[in-house]
Ligand binder design. Structure first.
Ligand code: GTP
Length: 171
């Protein structure tokens, strides 16, 4: 099997979960943005990790843009689903949106890896991975490989472990 040297991944999650901050971390320091502003619609970013060129589609998580997510499902090879692990009020919404993604006809019959970042793990009332996995019912995902790791996108802690898992799944 020829090793893949390019892949497209979709970065999903509610607004303010930290998607753009995560992608920014993976870019070279001279290409990084100094300030984070809410994404309007979506942004296409590119970076390299473990010798693979990764095209990351950073989808806005704002309610009015979430209907744009599904248009990208067909042409991606993996998904990063970012969760603000301190935003307990919106866990129900996080789960509803995840279920819509998993049930979508363009994804439901594909073996496509999903990486979950339990982001903002530095915040005091953040939930552990085990609790997030239980709240989202991740054990019910049978047909797709998935992995969850805690992250702090501001310091970068936990981000590399996650992306390395994802790249290994795809190539
Ligand atoms: P949308 O584009 O609106 O969908 O948001 P987003 O998911 O891209 O979030 P963004 O990366 O813009 O981050 C939102 C805010 O959370 C910013 O102020 C970030 O600095 C902050 N933030 C991101 N990750 C972390 C983290 O791990 N810990 C803490 N404390 N703050 C974070």
């Amino acid at each position: 099997k020829v090793k893949r040297d390019k892949m497209t991944i979709l970065v999903l999650g509610l607004n303010n979960s930290g998607k753009s901050t995560i992608i920014n971390h993976f870019k070279k320091s001279n290409e990084q943005s100094a300030i984070m502003v809410p994404t309007v619609g979506f942004l296409i970013e590119q970076f390299y990790n473990m010798g693979v060129c990764i095209k990351a589609i950073d989808m806005s998580g704002a309610t009015r843009y979430r209907n744009l997510w599904e248009h990208q499902f067909k042409n991606c090879q993996g998904i990063i689903y970012v969760i603000d692990s301190s935003d307990r009020m919106r866990f129900v919404v996080v789960k509803d949106e995840l279920d819509l993604v998993l049930q979508h006809p363009d994804l439901s019959n594909r073996i496509l890896p999903i990486l979950f970042y339990g982001n903002k793990s530095d915040l005091e009332d953040s939930l552990s991975n085990v609790k997030i996995a239980a709240a989202l019912g991740l054990e019910n995902i049978k047909e797709k490989p998935w992995h969850i790791c805690s992250s702090n996108a501001v310091s970068g802690e936990g981000l590399d472990e996650g992306i390395q898992w994802l790249v290994q799944q795809i190539r």
